[in-house]
Design a protein around this ligand. Structure first.
Ligand code: GRF
Length: 203
């Protein structure tokens, strides 16, 4: 596939989520067309958000698979059956194996609740705990392309959040999420319109 900006159609996007899905909601509210919401557990709040907006939703339960590779293979099968071209991770709690990343090379986006490369390799609340423990005064959110090295892919956008005295995990994460909800939809739009050189390679 050539650069996304040269496509005659808006690319088919899947949003992968494990949790409450507030980032998914921000993407929905921005009127970005989503072809599929894919969750890894049946308790994900993202499922209801997809249903409320009449977006196709599938659940592939991670617990039904003996390892990450077989789980990821099933994810690939589902994504292919929906002819997905872009994968948007929005609080998806699995580190994707190399085979998955190769399949969608340069077409997987993630949002991480820190200013990468600070506080890599931690998930959701774990990142916020590490941030508070480090005593930094400024943090934020990063949108990046997913590569094999966790949290190390090319950075597409960042937003800054001040850490206040007396912040706890909840208050800080809430303020970070506000920034995430602003920058993620914007960045997805830029990305799919060919605004990134990382879309140039053939698939
Ligand atoms: C966000 O903070 C995101 O940065 C991280 O997981 C959290 C997901 O939150 N990867 P939500 O499910 O979108 O509310």
């Amino acid at each position: 596939m050539d650069q996304i900006g040269e496509l005659k159609h808006f690319p088919r996007i899947a949003v992968l989520a494990s949790g409450s899905g507030t980032n998914l909601q921000a993407i929905i509210d921005d009127d970005i067309e989503i072809a599929l919401v894919l969750c890894d557990n049946e308790n994900a709040g993202a499922i209801d958000r997809a249903k409320n907006s009449s977006i196709p939703c599938e659940v592939v339960s991670k617990k039904d698979f003996k390892n990450r590779e077989s789980f990821a293979n099933e994810l690939i099968n589902v994504l292919e059956s929906y002819e997905i071209e872009i994968v948007v991770l929005a609080g998806f709690m699995t580190i994707l194996p190399p085979a998955f990343i190769k399949k969608f090379e340069n077409r997987i986006l993630n949002i991480h609740p820190s200013l990468l490369p600070a506080f890599t390799g931690t998930y959701g609340k774990g990142t916020i705990t590490a941030t508070l423990n480090a005593g930094v005064k400024v943090t934020g959110a990063t949108v990046h392309i997913v590569t094999e090295e966790v949290d190390a892919g090319p950075i597409l956008a960042q937003g800054v959040v001040e850490v206040f005295d007396g912040d706890d995990e909840e208050t800080l994460h809430e303020r970070i999420k506000k920034v995430e909800h602003r920058i993620y939809p914007q960045t997805i739009r830029q990305f799919v319109s060919g605004g990134s050189t990382y879309l140039k390679e053939e698939r």
